[in-house]
Each structure stands twice: as C-alpha cells, then as structure tokens.
Design a protein around this ligand. Structure first.
Ligand SMILES: [Zn+2]
Length: 459
C-alpha cells in the first residue's frame, strides 16, 4: 500500500467518525436535496475535485434559486423587476444574474407587532402560526414564539444597536452547524485525536438566540470533553445585546462583567494546569480579545505550557482587542506558540456571518481562508456592484444555496480579496486573503465584538 492510499483510507475513516458525531445534523440520505449533496456528499469540503465541485454547486444554486423564486413573494417580485427567472440560469456565468440582497436588508425591521409580519415577508415558504399573549410584545417575545414552533431565528448586531435577524428552519440551521464543524475537521485532519482532546470554550450563553451562541451548541456533540470559561445560564436577550453594543451600560453591568472576567480567568488557568498535569491535548475556542488577554496574563507571570502538535487554538468573530486596536494574526499566533506551546500551524481562524451558512476556514499551512466551494459561490464587487477580478479588493458577496428559509444571495459589509487558489497549500478551491475589514462607512460588528462589549473589555 502506498502512503497516499493509506492516507486516504485513514481520512475516510476519520471523516466518517466525525460525521457520526454530527449525525443529528445530517438528514437521512433519501431526503437529500441538491444543496445537501453539495455539503454532506463530499468527504473534504476544501478538497473537492474542481469539476465535481462545479457540478454540485451549479445544481445546488439552481435548485435553491428556483425554490426562493417560487416560494418567496418578495424575492419573486425582485427577480421580476430585474427580469430574471430560473430558466435563465443555464451555466455558472448566469449566477451573476441572480439578484443580491444587501446585508442591511435583514436589519430593516419595525419594532412591535409589525416585526412578526416583517419576518413573514423575508421567510421563504409557510411560516408556522404563532400566538402571542402580550399586548405589546417585544422582539424577544416574537422570536421565542416562532422558535417554539421549530424555527431558529437568530441575530447578531453592530455598533448602531440595530440587530440583523435571520430566520432559519431546521434544515438550514443544521447545514450551517455541520458546515462550520466539518470545515474545522477538514482543516485539522489528521492531527487530533477525538478521544484525547479536551476543549475549552471561553464564553458560552446556553440560553440565547445570538447566532454565535446557537452555533457553539454543536461543540458538545463533537467533543467528548468540553469545559466553559464563562457559562451564562441567564437569558441573553436581544435587548441586552443592543444595549451592550451601544455602550449604554450601567455600573451594575460593569461590575458584573469584571466579576465574570475574574472568574473566567481563574477557571481557564485552573483548566490549563490540570490538562498540563494530565498530559492532555487541548483545543481552545475563543474570541481573539479574550485569548489575547489571558496570554498576556500568563506571559506576565511567566507561566508557559507545551501542549504541542495535537492541540489547537480556534478563533472567530473579529480581531479587535480594544477600542480601535486590532491585533495582527501573526502576532497572535506567535503568542499562542510562546504561551501555550501550540504550533502556529494549529491556530485556525474561522470567518462566517449571521446571514450565511458557509464558513471560510484557515488552512494550517498558509492561514488563507478557504471557501467550501462545492456549496458556496463567492463574488467580489466594486463600488458600482460590478464583479472584480481575482486579487482585487472589493465587497464580499456570496450565493449560499444552503439557505432554504430565506434568500441567501447576499452582499456583505466586508472588504476582501478573493484568490483563485491558495498561494501556499495545494487545496484546489478559491480563498480569501486572511485580513478582512469592514468596508468604509459600515458599522463594526462580529461575534467577538459583541462579547467584548458585553464583557466590557478595553473600554
Ligand atoms: Zn491554503
């Protein structure tokens, strides 16, 4: 047996085992639709043979475009205004005819009872009927009522305090969770051992509709051993998040966050020492600002660890560590290596957003953000909304066929550079350059920023 065929068999076994952990997020094969084929049907999301990826992506996007065209009244109207119908999508170049929604669209909601009607307008297909007892329901009351009927309406926010609401049905949410978890597994295979590794999540709110929190719920399926730094059992509501992002915090909240910070630091240090003593592998999940803060503390105390090759640091949500200060990823990776003894190749950043269900994940070799290209179609646009060539900077947009319950054809507020291939590793698909910034005039957002503000770091 050659080395490469051995590697393949092992990879198949590893991925099969990983899919076993995620089985509750995978629909039975006989119920797969074209987007499911493009996501669940490939072994490694970032190593699909390009022709095969193109075939899967085309079928998935064409299928989903038709679905929204037929079942979403508002989207149908938009398509008719632009003079495009599913029959016109005959080849990949025709994807550019599909109307894109600016991300701002998903935050253009009215308060009060009108909110439910607004959600109904965005939603593709038939929404469950809800009954709200309160005379003047708040946004959280309306979301709760829908979510009790099996939806997952989640949100994320920006510095304006306006939230972005995305209504996901179970199918869409399952795909998002799977894509994020599997993306990580694909990039880190075969370096970690699911039986040995111990996970630490620096902040987790059990009871929330914040999108990042909803996603993190899957970690307990993937990891046998998982601990939390700050575990909030208290409800985190849309109102609390808005207040934090707009920085209208009371002294009580400030005090509570200082207390939580102290508690989280102590737990984290205790956990690190315990893992070190037992010789475990670790996987540390956290927003960059929090991990950076912990690493600085450890460094000051000259407390260093040597977790090694089988351990990882996984980040997401943005690189601001204090108001107006970003840490560079390179500097961050150097610190991780120095303080935790985790090799720089094992620092993995994940990029995604509340409006999408696909996740771009760092390759260990070059730290470029690889796109799951069998089920995601990236587009970069210039100021006039025209696509730019590879390597040119522009606004990130994407066609996301994984979204069944809302049209996932979206223009984001992020500035990116798309490259046809990774300049460092041999994975065949397109990548984004790792430094992603908000476009000028766009408010600051990202799940790390939400947490940073809720915890009151760097004010
Ligand atoms: Zn790469």
């Amino acid at each position: 047996m050659t080395m490469s065929s051995m590697g393949r068999i092992r990879s198949e076994e590893f991925m099969e085992r990983f899919d076993g952990f995620l089985s509750k997020y995978i629909p039975p094969r006989e119920k797969w639709l074209p987007p499911d084929e493009a996501l669940y049907g490939v072994r490694d999301l970032y190593r699909v043979e390009p022709e095969e990826a193109g075939r899967l992506r085309f079928k998935a996007i064409k299928y989903t475009f038709k679905h929204h065209y037929e079942k979403n009244r508002f989207f149908n109207k938009l398509c008719k205004e632009k003079g495009v119908s599913p029959d016109e999508i005959k080849k990949e170049e025709d994807f550019l005819k599909i109307p894109l929604l600016p991300d701002k669209f998903f935050k253009d909601y009215p308060e009060g009872k009108g909110f439910a009607i607004w959600i109904a307008n965005i939603y593709t297909g038939d929404l469950p009927n809800i009954f709200i007892r309160k005379r003047n329901p708040g946004i959280d009351d309306i979301i709760d009522a829908f979510n009790e009927k099996g939806l997952s309406i989640s949100y994320s926010s920006g510095t304006s305090g306006r939230l972005t609401f995305i209504p996901r049905d179970k199918r869409t949410l399952d795909r998002a969770v799977y894509c994020g978890a599997k993306g990580f597994a694909c990039m880190t295979y075969p370096k970690w051992d699911p039986d040995r590794i111990h996970g630490f999540l620096s902040f987790y709110a059990r009871n929330t509709n914040m999108f990042a929190g909803v996603l993190m719920g899957m970690l307990s399926s993937v990891l046998k051993h998982l601990e939390y730094g700050i575990l909030l059992d208290r409800r985190v509501t849309a109102g609390m998040l808005q207040t934090a992002m707009m920085r209208k915090r009371s002294i009580i909240v400030r005090g509570a966050s200082l207390y939580m910070d102290l508690k989280a630091r102590r737990r984290f240090m205790g956990w690190l020492k315990e893992r070190d003593r037992r010789g475990d592998d670790v996987i540390i999940f956290g927003a960059p600002f929090f991990l950076n803060h912990i690493m600085d503390l450890l460094d000051r105390k000259s407390l260093y660890f040597d977790f090694g090759e089988g351990s990882f640091a996984v980040t997401g949500g943005g690189w601001k560590i204090r108001e107006d200060i970003r840490i560079t990823m390179r500097r961050f990776r150097e610190k991780v290596e120095k303080v935790f003894g985790i090799p720089q190749t094992n620092c993995i950043d994940v990029y995604g957003m509340v409006e999408g269900n696909g996740f771009m994940v760092h390759c260990p070799e070059g730290h470029y953000l690889h796109i799951p290209y069998s089920c995601y179609y990236p587009i970069v646009l210039d100021k006039n909304g025209e696509p730019v060539s590879y390597g040119e900077k522009g606004r990130f947009a994407f066609l996301d066929p994984l979204a069944t319950s809302y049209p996932g054809f979206i223009i984001s507020g992020d500035e990116v550079r798309l490259l046809e291939h990774c300049p460092v590793c041999d994975r065949p698909g397109p990548v984004l350059e790792p430094e992603i910034e908000r476009a000028r005039g766009e408010e600051v957002r990202g799940c790390a920023e939400e947490m940073r503000r809720m915890l009151g770091y760097g004010d």
